[in-house]
Write a protein of this length. Structure first.
Ligand code: AMP
Length: 192
Protein backbone atom coordinates (compact mmCIF):
# COMPACT_ATOMS: atom_id res chain seq x y z
CA UNK A 1 0.00 0.00 0.00
CA UNK A 2 1.25 3.49 -0.83
CA UNK A 3 0.31 6.12 1.74
CA UNK A 4 1.70 9.49 0.87
CA UNK A 5 1.58 12.72 2.85
CA UNK A 6 1.86 15.64 0.45
CA UNK A 7 3.08 18.52 2.54
CA UNK A 8 3.60 22.22 2.06
CA UNK A 9 2.10 25.62 2.79
CA UNK A 10 -1.14 26.82 1.18
CA UNK A 11 -0.42 27.53 -2.47
CA UNK A 12 2.56 25.18 -2.73
CA UNK A 13 0.87 23.10 -5.44
CA UNK A 14 -0.43 20.18 -3.36
CA UNK A 15 -3.79 20.09 -5.14
CA UNK A 16 -2.23 20.16 -8.62
CA UNK A 17 0.30 17.44 -7.82
CA UNK A 18 -2.31 15.35 -5.97
CA UNK A 19 -4.42 15.13 -9.12
CA UNK A 20 -1.49 13.72 -11.08
CA UNK A 21 -0.41 11.33 -8.31
CA UNK A 22 -3.92 9.93 -7.91
CA UNK A 23 -4.04 9.04 -11.60
CA UNK A 24 -0.60 7.47 -11.67
CA UNK A 25 -0.84 5.44 -8.45
CA UNK A 26 -4.60 4.93 -8.21
CA UNK A 27 -4.79 6.53 -4.76
CA UNK A 28 -7.77 7.79 -2.79
CA UNK A 29 -7.40 11.55 -2.25
CA UNK A 30 -8.08 12.74 1.29
CA UNK A 31 -7.99 16.53 1.54
CA UNK A 32 -9.26 17.81 4.89
CA UNK A 33 -9.75 21.28 3.35
CA UNK A 34 -12.05 19.77 0.66
CA UNK A 35 -13.88 17.67 3.26
CA UNK A 36 -14.45 20.76 5.43
CA UNK A 37 -15.65 22.81 2.45
CA UNK A 38 -18.19 20.10 1.59
CA UNK A 39 -19.46 20.20 5.19
CA UNK A 40 -19.84 23.98 4.80
CA UNK A 41 -21.67 23.56 1.49
CA UNK A 42 -24.00 20.98 3.09
CA UNK A 43 -24.71 23.44 5.92
CA UNK A 44 -23.88 20.96 8.69
CA UNK A 45 -23.19 22.09 12.25
CA UNK A 46 -19.58 20.92 11.91
CA UNK A 47 -19.31 22.98 8.71
CA UNK A 48 -20.69 26.08 10.36
CA UNK A 49 -18.23 25.84 13.26
CA UNK A 50 -15.29 25.12 10.95
CA UNK A 51 -16.18 28.03 8.68
CA UNK A 52 -15.75 30.54 11.50
CA UNK A 53 -12.12 29.41 11.94
CA UNK A 54 -11.38 28.94 8.24
CA UNK A 55 -12.62 32.47 7.51
CA UNK A 56 -9.97 33.73 9.92
CA UNK A 57 -7.20 31.61 8.41
CA UNK A 58 -6.97 29.53 11.61
CA UNK A 59 -6.79 25.74 11.95
CA UNK A 60 -9.89 23.82 13.01
CA UNK A 61 -9.53 21.59 16.13
CA UNK A 62 -7.50 18.39 15.73
CA UNK A 63 -10.36 16.09 16.80
CA UNK A 64 -12.59 17.42 13.99
CA UNK A 65 -10.16 16.60 11.17
CA UNK A 66 -8.96 13.36 12.79
CA UNK A 67 -12.59 12.19 13.01
CA UNK A 68 -13.14 12.97 9.33
CA UNK A 69 -10.01 11.04 8.30
CA UNK A 70 -11.01 8.10 10.51
CA UNK A 71 -14.36 7.88 8.71
CA UNK A 72 -12.75 8.04 5.29
CA UNK A 73 -10.22 5.28 6.10
CA UNK A 74 -13.12 3.14 7.28
CA UNK A 75 -15.11 3.82 4.10
CA UNK A 76 -12.18 2.98 1.77
CA UNK A 77 -10.81 -0.25 3.18
CA UNK A 78 -10.04 -1.75 -0.23
CA UNK A 79 -8.08 1.29 -1.49
CA UNK A 80 -4.67 0.77 -3.09
CA UNK A 81 -3.42 3.64 -0.94
CA UNK A 82 -4.09 7.19 0.14
CA UNK A 83 -2.77 10.62 -0.55
CA UNK A 84 -3.12 12.91 2.44
CA UNK A 85 -3.37 16.52 1.30
CA UNK A 86 -3.50 19.28 3.92
CA UNK A 87 -3.39 16.67 6.69
CA UNK A 88 -1.71 16.18 9.15
CA UNK A 89 -1.22 19.85 10.00
CA UNK A 90 -0.14 19.44 13.64
CA UNK A 91 2.04 16.90 15.44
CA UNK A 92 -0.98 15.46 17.36
CA UNK A 93 -2.71 14.93 13.98
CA UNK A 94 0.40 13.09 12.71
CA UNK A 95 0.44 10.89 15.82
CA UNK A 96 -3.27 10.13 15.42
CA UNK A 97 -2.76 9.25 11.75
CA UNK A 98 -0.01 6.77 12.63
CA UNK A 99 -2.36 5.10 15.11
CA UNK A 100 -5.28 4.98 12.68
CA UNK A 101 -3.14 3.49 9.92
CA UNK A 102 -1.71 0.90 12.34
CA UNK A 103 -5.29 -0.17 13.12
CA UNK A 104 -5.65 -0.83 9.38
CA UNK A 105 -2.32 -2.72 9.35
CA UNK A 106 -0.58 -0.11 7.25
CA UNK A 107 1.61 2.97 7.65
CA UNK A 108 2.83 6.17 5.99
CA UNK A 109 5.24 5.40 3.15
CA UNK A 110 6.75 8.87 3.01
CA UNK A 111 6.07 12.57 3.32
CA UNK A 112 6.99 14.78 0.40
CA UNK A 113 7.20 18.49 1.15
CA UNK A 114 6.85 21.12 -1.59
CA UNK A 115 9.04 24.09 -0.76
CA UNK A 116 7.88 27.53 -1.96
CA UNK A 117 8.83 30.91 -0.48
CA UNK A 118 6.22 33.13 1.24
CA UNK A 119 6.13 35.85 -1.45
CA UNK A 120 5.50 33.33 -4.23
CA UNK A 121 2.76 31.70 -2.11
CA UNK A 122 0.96 35.01 -1.63
CA UNK A 123 1.19 35.73 -5.36
CA UNK A 124 -0.18 32.29 -6.31
CA UNK A 125 -3.02 32.37 -3.77
CA UNK A 126 -4.22 35.82 -4.83
CA UNK A 127 -4.20 34.57 -8.42
CA UNK A 128 -6.11 31.40 -7.43
CA UNK A 129 -8.61 33.58 -5.54
CA UNK A 130 -9.63 35.21 -8.82
CA UNK A 131 -11.11 31.90 -10.01
CA UNK A 132 -11.41 29.50 -7.04
CA UNK A 133 -14.23 31.36 -5.33
CA UNK A 134 -12.52 30.58 -2.02
CA UNK A 135 -12.93 33.55 0.32
CA UNK A 136 -9.69 32.65 2.12
CA UNK A 137 -7.75 33.13 -1.16
CA UNK A 138 -9.00 36.65 -1.82
CA UNK A 139 -7.59 38.67 1.03
CA UNK A 140 -3.85 39.24 1.39
CA UNK A 141 -3.98 39.62 5.18
CA UNK A 142 -5.84 36.32 5.50
CA UNK A 143 -3.36 34.59 3.22
CA UNK A 144 -0.46 35.84 5.34
CA UNK A 145 -2.24 34.55 8.46
CA UNK A 146 -2.65 31.10 6.87
CA UNK A 147 1.04 31.02 5.95
CA UNK A 148 1.93 32.09 9.54
CA UNK A 149 -0.35 29.36 10.95
CA UNK A 150 1.51 26.93 8.70
CA UNK A 151 4.95 28.14 9.84
CA UNK A 152 3.94 28.07 13.55
CA UNK A 153 1.92 24.87 13.81
CA UNK A 154 2.37 22.81 10.68
CA UNK A 155 6.07 23.12 9.82
CA UNK A 156 7.02 20.97 12.92
CA UNK A 157 5.16 18.04 11.35
CA UNK A 158 8.06 17.75 8.88
CA UNK A 159 10.39 17.04 11.82
CA UNK A 160 8.03 14.34 13.04
CA UNK A 161 8.36 12.40 9.77
CA UNK A 162 12.05 13.24 9.40
CA UNK A 163 12.70 11.49 12.73
CA UNK A 164 11.09 8.39 11.25
CA UNK A 165 13.31 8.67 8.14
CA UNK A 166 10.23 9.44 6.03
CA UNK A 167 10.78 12.94 4.72
CA UNK A 168 11.84 14.49 1.43
CA UNK A 169 11.82 18.19 0.50
CA UNK A 170 11.29 19.12 -3.14
CA UNK A 171 11.57 22.52 -4.82
CA UNK A 172 7.95 23.52 -5.52
CA UNK A 173 8.83 26.34 -7.92
CA UNK A 174 9.18 25.57 -11.61
CA UNK A 175 7.66 23.29 -14.19
CA UNK A 176 4.71 21.19 -12.96
CA UNK A 177 5.93 18.07 -14.81
CA UNK A 178 9.47 18.38 -13.45
CA UNK A 179 8.16 18.73 -9.89
CA UNK A 180 5.92 15.70 -10.50
CA UNK A 181 8.91 13.65 -11.72
CA UNK A 182 10.84 14.57 -8.57
CA UNK A 183 7.92 13.48 -6.36
CA UNK A 184 7.63 10.17 -8.24
CA UNK A 185 11.37 9.57 -7.80
CA UNK A 186 11.00 10.05 -4.04
CA UNK A 187 8.05 7.67 -3.93
CA UNK A 188 10.07 5.11 -5.87
CA UNK A 189 12.95 5.38 -3.42
CA UNK A 190 10.69 5.19 -0.35
CA UNK A 191 8.86 2.14 -1.73
CA UNK A 192 12.05 0.09 -2.23
P1 AMP B 1 -6.75 23.90 2.68
O1 AMP B 1 -7.81 23.66 1.66
O2 AMP B 1 -5.93 22.66 2.96
O3 AMP B 1 -5.90 25.11 2.38
O4 AMP B 1 -7.53 24.22 4.05
C1 AMP B 1 -8.38 25.35 4.18
C2 AMP B 1 -8.63 25.61 5.66
O5 AMP B 1 -9.28 24.47 6.26
C3 AMP B 1 -7.39 25.83 6.50
O6 AMP B 1 -6.96 27.19 6.46
C4 AMP B 1 -7.88 25.42 7.88
O7 AMP B 1 -8.71 26.44 8.46
C5 AMP B 1 -8.80 24.25 7.57
N1 AMP B 1 -8.07 22.96 7.59
C6 AMP B 1 -7.86 22.11 6.52
N2 AMP B 1 -7.18 21.02 6.89
C7 AMP B 1 -6.94 21.15 8.22
C8 AMP B 1 -6.26 20.34 9.18
N3 AMP B 1 -5.66 19.18 8.83
N4 AMP B 1 -6.21 20.80 10.46
C9 AMP B 1 -6.80 21.94 10.82
N5 AMP B 1 -7.44 22.78 9.97
C10 AMP B 1 -7.52 22.37 8.67
Amino acid sequence: MLNLVLFGPPGAGKGTQSEKLILKYNLVHLSTGDLLRSQIAAGTELGLRAKQLMDQGLLVPDEVVIGMIENKLQENQSAAGFIFDGFPRTVPQAEALDQLLAQHNTQITTMVALVVDDEELTRRLLLRGQTSGRPDDQNEELIRRRVKEYNDKTAPVAGYYNQQGKFAAIDGIGNIETIFDHICAEIQQASN
